[in-house]
Design a protein around this ligand. Structure first.
Ligand code: AMP
Length: 360
């Protein structure tokens, strides 16, 4: 099915990913309608319409369904019930089943293992005593994570040499956890790709991600890894997208171990912070690819015309926005969030290099 320009793309969630998707949709002549529980969110500011309601509001969801031609999620923690209710009325892409896998670290890792993809060692733990036993089996350090609703390091506890299992359990603060063996990585990378309903696929090159306090700070595109590892990262991401029968955009976060092995950490079936550089450095951005795939349009080229370094503007970093404009090879993006909080993603700057244009 092809939805022509003029159709309405519904987006569940109102953050910066929704905003940048809405901007890409607008460039192609689509309207966007945002479903979000707060007014004046980053995506609502740039969209034609919004339904402001909680995801549990069935009547609001029905109104939203009636107003859109297709729907997508800009974050993966939309409740499964809402996704299914919506999917009964309108196409939801990527499919809700894929989003449900990515919402649950246990299901996600079990799925990855089932298709032959390497992950950290993991085990579900439902009580402090089970955690204690798992830590003994895995050794220290180990990483305890909540099964659901964890992002940017929230709900995550590093269990070092000293920490008691009971203390780690208390810090996690959730009824169900997953213990992961510690991956001694050389670097963290990710591959973002888009896949269309006819099975065609376009992947961006693997990029290198630097975190500060568990929050992505910098993405270096392409990653400074040997070609063999980059090719393997690409192959792993394609394999996952194909086995998920994905229609949409998928980010695969991976560790590269010191031995040069790729271990998948997490999946995000949506545009990803480590793909923001594609707006300014590639022929087609990750956001445009999402619009293309869910509207049944052909994929655009994922080739880059520049190398890039993307830096997030976290918290008060955004107050230095003026400095970015003094660099002629920097592109500034500000998300329109009113309240500055420490670590909050307020915007980003992409610095281009080795551009395919005449040197100055
Ligand atoms: P996550 O919430 O799973 O994306 O994890 C956030 C960050 O914590 C990752 O980007 C890594 O830097 C670190 N981390 C997560 N899991 C592990 C692990 N099993 N071993 C080592 N570091 C990890």
């Amino acid at each position: 099915m092809m939805l022509p320009p003029g159709s309405t793309v519904g987006i569940l969630g109102g953050g910066q990913l929704g905003r940048m998707t809405a901007l890409a949709a607008a460039n192609l002549g689509y309207r966007t309608h945002i479903f979000v529980n707060e007014p004046d969110s980053p995506a609502v500011q740039v969209s034609a319409a919004a339904t402001i309601a909680p995801f549990g509001d069935a009547a609001a969801l029905a109104r939203f369904a009636a107003a859109v031609d297709v729907a997508t999620c800009e974050f993966e923690n939309v409740p499964a019930a809402a996704l299914r209710r919506l999917a009964a009325k309108r196409p939801v892409l990527p499919r809700p089943e894929i989003i449900e896998i990515a919402q649950d670290r246990l299901r996600e890792k079990t799925f990855l293992r089932s298709i032959g993809v390497a992950t950290a060692e993991f085990r579900a733990v439902d009580r402090p005593a089970e955690l204690d036993a798992a830590v003994r089996d895995f050794g220290r350090p180990a990483v305890l994570k909540t099964i659901r609703l964890g992002y940017d390091g929230k709900g995550q506890v590093m269990i070092g040499a000293e920490m008691e299992a009971a203390e780690a359990w208390r810090r996690m603060g959730a009824p169900h956890g997953i213990l992961e063996g510690f991956v001694d990585f050389a670097c963290e990378i990710s591959v973002v790709l888009a896949r269309a309903s006819d099975g065609s696929l376009a992947a961006y090159p693997a990029v290198e991600n630097r975190h500060v306090n568990h929050i992505l700070h910098t993405t270096i595109a392409p990653a400074r890894i040997v070609p063999g590892i980059a090719a393997e990262a690409d192959a792993v991401a394609r394999h996952i997208a194909e086995r998920l029968d994905l229609v949409g955009v998928l980010a695969v976060e991976m560790f590269v171990t010191r031995a040069g092995k790729i271990v998948v950490n997490e999946l995000a079936p949506r545009p990803h912070n480590s793909g923001h550089w594609t707006i300014d450095a590639c022929v087609t951005s990750q956001f445009e690819q999402l619009v293309r795939t869910i509207c049944g349009l052909p994929l655009g080229a994922a080739e880059r015309h520049s190398d890039a370094v993307m830096t997030n503007l976290l918290g008060r970093d955004v107050e230095n926005w003026r400095a970015a404009l003094d660099d002629p090879d920097a592109k500034l993006h500000i998300y329109g969030k009113k309240k500055i909080q420490p670590g909050r993603k307020m915007g980003h700057v992409t610095r281009l290099s080795r551009c395919l244009r005449a040197p100055r």
